[in-house]
Design a protein around this ligand. Sequence first.
Ligand SMILES: [Zn+2]
Length: 247
Amino acid sequence: MEGDEEFWDRQDRLWPGFRERVKSMTAMVVGVGATGSYAALFTAQMGFKRLVLVDPDRVELSNLNRTVYTLKDVDEYKAVAMKRIVVERVPGVEVKAITKRIEELPKEAISADIILSCLDVMDARFYLTELAYRKGIPLFDVGTEGERIRVQSSIPPGPCLACTIPVELYGEIVGLKDSCTGEGSEHAPSGPLVPPIASSLLLYVVKRYLEGEEVLGTVIYLNTTDLEVRVERIKRNPTCFICSNIR
Ligand SMILES: [Zn+2]
């Protein structure tokens, strides 16, 4: 990796010691659509050595207003196109592209030091959360709804993503696409500005976690239209439909 030092020089000065901490780590990015495409690129640029990208969809022209994909990626699998983009941009990174839904993977394949959940459907998000929680893998989730952003972590033994959701609402919520509130059936797409902010916020939480800061149970809400930020601290819910059965 001769010559790579120049690539990392500024970041190493800004975040001394950080890259040393993550350069042997694997990050799994599940969903490389709007927020996930930025999250995958940012993760590599932060210095994670290995990335696993999971997404069954292909790039469409309509995705290009809010992702890092290019015109030549249209019709290519998102995971494959994202692998190319990351490898072309970041020296030394190893990327595995998986073009399947997360539910189609063997459970052993869900293995990483951290998982970034950038999905836009609630049932896949909860499936992944439960699996990661059982395996003790810290999961960081981002959801957007129009101009609103939510960032939340699910780190055993802290609260999981579902801890704020009453059991009786589970049936209604699974399958709905609003990842920010769990309400409504119409998922508002984001414009060009929300995904990079959402991904940055997500990765700042990851960075804080890796630096030993307390992020357990922290939920961050950012409404980009009025620039209002709200930070909530949630507790583990003893009747949670995901984590109450684990440990
Ligand atoms: Zn829970």
